[in-house]
Structure formats: structure tokens, C-alpha cells
Design a protein around this ligand. Sequence first.
Ligand SMILES: Cc1cc2nc3c(=O)[nH]c(=O)nc-3n(C[C@H](O)[C@H](O)[C@H](O)COP(=O)(O)O)c2cc1C
Length: 287
Amino acid sequence: MENETGRPIFAQMIGRDIPSLLRTARELEKLPVAGIDLNLGCPAPIVCRKDAGGGLLRNPSYVDELLGALREAIPGRFTVKTRLGYTEPEEFAGLLEIFAKHGIDGLTIHGRTVVERYQTPVHPDFVKKAVATMACPVIANGNVVDVETGRNYLLECGAAGLMVGRGAIRNPWIFSQLQAAFTRTPPPVPTYRDLWSYVIELYEEIARETAKLVPAAHVQRMKKTLAYITHGLEGDFEFEMRRAKTPQDFHRICKTHLDRDGILPARPPLDSKLFCGFETLAKSGTL
Ligand SMILES: Cc1cc2nc3c(=O)[nH]c(=O)nc-3n(C[C@H](O)[C@H](O)[C@H](O)COP(=O)(O)O)c2cc1C
């Protein structure tokens, strides 16, 4: 298997069984990956019920054992993606001791607990503690939706970098916009028509990656992604897209709402339920 992207790719593992994770890590080490990451953050009930992902944070001594075993087995870069704890952010201090003990090579922190899911603002002060404690680079994650939220998160916690998830699905220009802000160069200013090209590219790329393409099922799959993209845009785009059934519906609705020159809003609506709590980061840039 080749990595043709020209960029480093980390492989992420999720699970709880130590022998299985060790076996997987050894297989991944044979591939052209830049490193192996362990998921300690996924809040999905089906994952947490099996004590995997964020579910592992309920049992720090097991995390200790797991990290010890993986660190010993992974000669290359070994990184962790975590939340602040399972129930309370105060659990994070104990977790940090474990992460530091095992000499991980990078720590990405989604600044919420598992029980906070996606429903609260993030807690940059806890990420700041990680920056002060850990010898490795710390990456801040959660609720970065535009340049201001990204810049403020970094200002508040001093992390080495940002990870952007849903905000990048909504606005894939966010990375070059952030880079432009940091280098004081002009940022890209995407229009509705640029968004249209992006949606079509996503539609076609995901179709290419789908083993058995069933058009109606592909539309349903795309609607999950489109939920982040249509959210808060003016008119009935969001409403109509939720009702799309066929590829014809999908493309007609996109054309109706995106075939125009106007500039896209930089961020989701302030009272957004989908990007809940981002306004706290948006307002906090006074440090
Ligand atoms: C649909 C979906 C799938 C995700 N899958 C993963 C995953 O496989 N691994 C991971 O570390 N995080 C995963 N995440 C979490 C994101 O990486 C990120 O931590 C979270 O969405 C908060 O950041 P954001 O506000 O920038 O989206 C997922 C999030 C969503 C919404």
C-alpha cells in the first residue's frame, strides 16, 4: 500500500483488548504511516459500552496498562487522541500523568468530557495544563469553526496546533484561512459557487470510494455530511436537502441554492445546536 498524498498519515486504532491492539499496531507499522494514534475520545454509546474510545477513560489504570503495552510495541510515533475525562474535566490531571509516563509522541485533546458529548463549550484551560505538563506537542481540538475560534483557542491554551473536524467539513477553506491569518496574507473568500464545486467533488469522491454504489443510499450517506454544510445557510437549503431522495433531487437542490456569487458566512449561526458552544471561543479573544 502506498501513501500517494504527499502528506504524513497517522493510522488510528480504537478498541480495548490489548493483544488485539498490539496485533493491529504491528500490522500498521508495516504500512507507510507517520505514526499510530489511539482513540480515547469517541463518545458513541455503542463504542463506550464496550469500554473502547472514550469509554476507556472510566478506567485510568487500564489506560495505563494499555499505553504501556502499546508504547513498548510501537517503535515509531505513538500518539493519543483523548477527551478530558469521562464525567468531569477534573479527571484530566490523573490522565495527564499517565500520558506523560508513557512518553507518547503527541496528544490531541478534544476539550470536553465524554458525557459532554458535543453539547457544551470546550475547556481551553485544561488543554493549557496539558501544554504545561507534556513533553510532546499538544494539539487542541473542538469547536474550531473559523479563524477567530481557532486563533482564540490557541491563544488561550498555547497548543502546538489545532485539529479541525466538523468545521472543516462545513468549510474546507478553514485551513488556508487560518494559515493566511497566521502569515498575514490574504485569505481565500469562498462563494456559494465554490461551495457547490466542493459538494460535487465530495459527492463524486465518496461515490468512487463506495464498493457497491446504490444511488439512493449514496444520497442518504451524503445528506449526513451535507447537514454540516447546509446548516445555517440562508433560504431553505437545509430543509430541502433533508428531504432529498434521489441524485436528481440532490443536484437540483444544490443548483437552486449554490449557483450564485455571494460570499459564504464565515461561521455557523451563533445559537447553533450542531456546533454547540463555539461562541464562547469566538468571544474570548482578549488574552
Ligand atoms: C461523524 C464524526 C466522526 C468522527 N470520527 C472520529 C474518529 O474516527 N476518530 C477521532 O479521533 N475522532 C473522531 N471524531 C471526533 C472529531 O475528531 C473531533 O474530536 C470532534 O468532532 C470535535 O472537533 P470539531 O468540533 O472540530 O468537530 C468524529 C466526529 C464526528 C462528528
